[in-house]
Design a protein around this ligand. Structure first.
Ligand SMILES: Cc1ncc(COP(=O)(O)O)c(C=O)c1O
Length: 445
């Protein structure tokens, strides 16, 4: 016993009262926290509460499906047995009728009804949005240092997922028809020369109206990409992760060249990720993956450690919405609504941006985004004079440089992403006019 009634043991265990006890986070947590564009954007924009956001990838607020959701809820509530089933835990893989509906819809959309729908639904996992599927699949495939090849530019949130896993993203050149197959092969050949082919685990592609450019992979290239993945699976399987988040948001015609998944006749290469977030409601948080048989067990084990299954109630609700026909009616209405918003953005761009020489864009056939290329040398970065000026004019955007992987194709700092998803037609008009004022100032000699 020491003076004051303390013994040696207690003294050793108690931290010094002055020294703060630090959390010891994992390496993964440190990787997760690094370089979040969303946090940086929030920090820059919070001081300007009246801004028109042309940045947030949210969906249109006014057309969120209030009545269809009420109807589906009422139908469930009218049947206490159904309600009890929905309020209970479900299974990790997901509610069977919803998985069957997802599989049947995929086969119909791809025009491959001859495939075995029951077998496909057995490989269909329901997740909390498609982001969860992208994360889980990547987590099962990637060790730190492993490589994913992706289009340049690509979905910046997925770049964050890869960073969180300690994986390397390599950007592959892409043009108006999506990722360029020849460029992809060149990267694979380079990886082989450098002794890194075994580290290439996946190719990530957004097939329809990608985020950030609104570009779709052309029909010819779809089969070519799957073929490349199979041919280069020399030192272990290279998967294609197909992100179909915007498939339902097509505004011109109804031609659909079919998914990459449909090009994978053996079903061993393509991981197909889909979501009801853009086509119905992101708040319901239901996405899915149709995965090769080899990956089903590992992904379900990983998912089981996280949540024992996607919220069962929401899965029942979503199934009822599809069963009643409300889902198809809603997506038809949404396409009309976004077509009008796209027109508003394109006409605002024509009116305000076209006169600014050197600003270029391509009309997106669907999705929620317009990608701008500025004159060479004019940076759109968060710390650029242009971004500051846009804030003071009353708007902001996603700087395009965040959509490029750290390796591969160089970052283009003279690019930016606008969205017509959440702003009204009137806000789109005012936001683009504000951006044009900022650009004119930034371009002024
Ligand atoms: C290309 C792409 N993939 C996936 C997602 C994820 O959507 P969710 O997790 O809501 O299904 C998004 C969301 O913006 C996206 O743009």
């Amino acid at each position: 016993m020491l003076p004051g009634g303390k013994n040696v043991h207690t003294m050793l265990e108690q931290p010094h009262p002055q020294a703060p006890v630090r959390a010891r986070l994992s390496q993964r947590a440190a990787w997760a926290g690094g370089n979040s564009i969303i946090n940086a954007l929030m920090a820059r924009t919070l001081a300007h509460p009246n801004l028109i956001s042309l940045a947030a990838g949210f969906v249109d607020q006014e057309s969120l499906p209030v009545e269809p959701t009420q109807r589906a809820f009422a139908a469930m509530a009218a049947n206490p047995q159904h309600m009890r089933a929905a309020l209970q835990y479900g299974t990790t893989i997901g509610y069977p009728p919803l998985r069957e509906a997802i599989a049947a819809r995929l086969l119909a959309a791809d025009g491959v009804p001859e495939r075995d729908a029951a077998e496909v639904s057995q490989r269909t996992i329901v997740t909390a949005g498609s982001n969860e599927l992208l994360y889980l699949a990547s987590d099962c495939l990637l060790d730190p240092g492993d490589i994913v090849l992706c289009a340049a530019p690509t979905y910046f949130v997925y770049l964050g997922t890869l960073a969180n896993l300690g994986a390397r993203a390599i950007g592959v050149a892409s043009d108006a028809q999506g990722i360029i197959p020849e460029a992809l092969e060149e990267h694979l050949a380079r990886c082989q020369r450098d002794g890194e082919l075994a580290r290439v685990k996946a190719i990530y592609v957004t097939t329809w109206f990608d985020n950030p450019r609104g570009v779709s992979v052309s029909a010819d290239r779809r089969a070519a990409l799957v073929d490349i993945a199979k041919r280069w699976s020399r030192q272990g399987r290279i998967y294609v992760i197909e992100d179909a988040a915007y498939r339902e948001l097509q505004y011109d015609g109804s031609d659909d060249p079919g998914s990459l998944w449909a090009c994978d006749a053996e079903g061993d290469t393509v991981i197909h990720a889909g979501t009801f977030s853009k086509s119905f409601s992101p708040g319901i948080r239901i996405g899915w993956g149709v995965v090769p048989a080899d990956l089903l067990g590992p992904i379900l084990s990983a998912k089981g450690h996280v949540d024992f299954g996607t919220p069962n109630f929401n899965q029942h609700l979503m199934h009822e919405i599809i069963r009643s026909g409300d889902f198809d009616a809603h997506t038809a209405m949404l396409r009309d609504r976004y077509r009008a918003k796209r027109a508003a953005m394109l006409s605002a761009a024509e009116e305000h941006l076209r006169p600014i020489c050197g600003v270029r864009w391509a009309e997106p056939g669907g999705g929620l985004y317009l990608w701008l290329e500025l004159p060479d040398g004019l940076a759109a970065s968060l710390d650029s004079p242009l971004f500051d000026r846009a804030l003071s004019e009353g708007t902001f955007y996603i700087p395009g440089e965040h959509c490029y992987a750290a390796e591969g194709e160089p970052r283009h700092a003279n690019t930016l992403r606008l969205t017509f998803g959440i702003p009204s037609c009137e806000s789109i008009q005012r936001g683009v006019a504000a951006l044009a004022r900022a650009l004119r100032t930034a371009c002024a000699p």
